[in-house]
Structure formats: structure tokens, C-alpha cells
Design a protein around this ligand. Structure first.
Ligand code: AMP
Ligand code: MG
Length: 345
């Protein structure tokens, strides 16, 4: 299959590239498009055959549900069967934005989308191209990240091209994704709201909006078994071995890790500007791939750059990838969730 990659700029409006993409989607085809979180691989969420094409293109396990992207509340009502007051409040406060709400599904949503569950994950993306595309297609779009299953999520059109060239007909290039980590997934069908996947809408943000504490799945022993099937898979992972470095003293740990490096093994280091600036010159000389996660004082920079850094380490054939960890508060919780999954053996 030939893959076209079309550029789009906000001031172009909903012309050319978007009309081509919308026509493809209405025909049951796939289109990769940018969102504020990561690039998504979209299909008509109400067309089971179109959604099966997503799983085939990504090599994604069939029980891992897809998030449905909508452009307005009327569309959201066509996929979710119930809107509890907390869902309305959160949608009003955080949409468009990086928050996916898990709600009871309508029967129009095929089981391919929901991984066979009675619930559906839905979100309104805050990216002008994503919104224009959904509106032009006049369809809710099921769209997981536009990468090969298991690989780091794509935060630029070039990443989608690397993974899906020859597997999808069209990639819309709207530049790099500003957030760079997937949306927060919040389950509103359990007893109390539960974060299934941390993201840029943080536990602190949700607790403040709801006026109650918000649990993160996996934190309590009572939350047995993964509620989101996708939670059980190794994810976001490059080829090389990923090792998180404690943020308190990365310099000492880098020295220790370098002592264990196998002969001929290439090392990559992803770390803050502050850590890189303080790195001993002799150590630095032994690390062929050095990549900045931005300032340690600005966690959003590290979040936006993590996946691109993991991909770069792979391109540079690094066997060992050292990544400076973040503090587990706010956006740091989402960063660490992805880093730990990338580091799973
Ligand atoms: P991706 O778009 O590739 O980041 O994957 C979507 C993720 O959203 C899945 O792996 C699940 O963790 C989550 N998700 C989507 N729909 C549901 C649902 N109905 N119930 C629970 N989790 C969901
Ligand atoms: Mg994904």
C-alpha cells in the first residue's frame, strides 16, 4: 500500500488535506492525524470492519480497547449510553483536552472498539486538525496511538511514517504534539472515579474538580485485575534495555551503570539539561547518544520529549538506554507510568 503524507497548517482551514482524509474515513479507510497528546490512527468508530483495520495495521491485541474521539457533546451522546453528573462536570471542565472518560457504551459502538467491554472510552481532543477532521468526516473516530503496537507512541508525523508506512493510506502532518503523552483515562463506571492511565490531566486536577480523592488503578490491593485490558501489556518500549535513574543522584548512578556495560554496547542517556550540564566529561565521552529532556524545572518538557528520545535511542542502536526519572507528582506520575512500562522486561 502507498502511504501519502499531507501537510496541514492551522490557517489553511478545513480544505484540501482534511477533505481527502474525511472522504477516506467515510469509505472505511484509516487516517493518521495529530492530537495534542500523540498521533492517532483513526477509523469510523461505528464501522466494525474499519476498526478491525486499525488492529491489523498496528499489530494490536484485539482485547485492547480504542478511544473514541468526538468533536462535540451531541456526538459524545451517540456513543455513550449514560452521562452521570460527574462525567458532565469533567467534560465541561476538561474538554477539549487530554482526558478520556470511560462510560457505558451505546450498542451502536461495535465490540471491536471496546475490547468486548460494555464501556467505551471517549474524549474530545484539543487539536484544531483533529477537531476539523472529526467535523469534516461527521463521524466519531476510534483512534489509538498511530504506532506499531508496543513501540513508543508517535509524537511527530515522522514517527508514524517510521512505523506505519505501507500499512496505512494517509498520514496528516500537523507538526509535533504539544503534550507528548497519551490522555488520562478515567473510569466513571466503577465505585468512585478511578484513573486507569495517568496523563496530563492529573489526579490532583481531577480531585480538585470533583471535590473528592481520585484513586489510580494499581495503587490499592483491592483493585484486582486490570480494568483496562491495555494495562497488562508491555508498552512504549524501544529495542534497547530501558533503565530509569533516580532523579536525586543521577550522576553517581550513570557511573555505576557504565561499569556494567557490555563490550561494544552503545549507551543512550536521556536526562535533564541540569543533569547533562553537570555530567563529568570522562563519563560523557563514554555515552554516544545524549538527549535532553529539557529543564528539570519544567516537567512538561520531559513529557513532550520522552517518546522521541526513546525512538532516537533505537535509531542509534543503543543497547542500554538510561532515562532520568521524574518526581511522581502532577505530570510526573504520567511520565513515570510510561517510563516504568518501557522498562519492563
Ligand atoms: P491507546 O489509544 O493506544 O493509547 O490505547 C487506548 C487505551 O485506552 C487502552 O489501552 C485502555 O487502557 C484505555 N481504554 C479505552 N477504552 C477503554 C474502556 N472501555 N475501558 C477501559 N479502558 C479503556
Ligand atoms: Mg497506544
Amino acid at each position: 500500500m502507498e502511504t501519502a503524507c499531507l501537510h496541514w497548517q492551522e490557517n489553511e482551514g478545513p480544505g484540501g488535506a482534511i477533505q481527502t482524509a474525511a472522504a477516506l474515513l467515510r469509505d472505511g479507510g484509516l487516517v493518521a492525524f495529530p492530537t495534542e497528546t500523540v498521533y492517532g490512527l483513526g477509523a469510523n468508530a461505528l464501522d466494525a470492519a474499519a476498526c478491525r483495520r486499525i488492529f491489523a495495521a498496528k499489530g494490536r491485541p484485539a482485547d485492547n480497547p480504542l478511544i473514541v474521539h468526538i468533536a462535540d457533546m451531541a456526538q459524545a451522546e451517540t456513543v455513550c449510553a449514560a452521562w452521570p453528573p460527574e462525567a458532565r462536570l469533567l467534560a465541561a471542565k476538561f474538554w477539549p483536552g487530554p482526558l478520556t472518560l470511560v462510560l457505558p457504551r451505546r450498542r451502536a459502538v461495535p465490540p471491536e472498539v471496546t475490547g468486548g467491554l460494555d464501556t467505551v472510552g471517549v474524549r474530545m481532543p484539543a487539536h484544531p486538525l483533529a477537531l476539523a477532521l472529526i467535523r469534516a468526516a461527521a463521524l466519531p473516530l476510534a483512534a489509538p496511538s498511530a504506532n506499531l503496537s508496543g513501540k513508543p507512541s508517535p509524537t511527530a508525523a515522522a514517527h508514524v511514517w517510521q512505523d506505519l508506512r505501507g500499512r496505512v493510506p494517509l498520514i496528516l502532518d500537523g507538526g509535533p504534539c504539544p503534550i507528548g503523552l497519551e490522555s488520562t483515562v478515567l473510569d466513571l463506571t466503577a465505585d468512585g472515579p478511578v484513573i486507569l492511565r495517568p496523563g496530563a490531566v492529573t489526579a490532583e486536577d481531577l480531585a480538585a474538580a470533583l471535590g473528592r480523592t481520585v484513586r489510580t488503578a494499581g495503587e490499592s490491593a483491592a483493585g484486582a485485575g486490570p480494568k483496562a485490558p491495555g494495562m497488562k501489556y508491555r508498552h512504549y518500549a524501544p529495542e534497547g534495555r530501558v533503565v530509569p535513574l533516580d532523579p536525586a543522584d543521577p550522576g553517581r548512578q550513570i557511573a555505576e551503570r557504565l561499569r556494567g556495560v557490555r563490550p561494544g554496547e552503545r549507551v543512550a542517556l536521556l536526562a535533564s539539561d541540569e543533569t547533562l550540564a553537570g555530567l563529568d566529561a570522562a563519563l560523557r565521552a563514554r555515552i554516544p547518544v545524549i538527549y535532553s529532556l529539557g529543564s528539570a524545572r519544567l516537567p512538561a518538557q520531559g513529557a513532550a520529549r520522552l517518546f522521541a528520545g526513546l525512538r532516537l535511542a533505537d535509531e542509534q542502536r543503543a543497547g542500554l538506554i538510561l532515562v532520568q526519572a521524574a518526581e511522581e507528582i502532577g505530570l510526573g506520575a504520567a511520565f513515570m507510568n510510561r517510563l516504568r512500562k518501557a522498562a519492563l522486561e
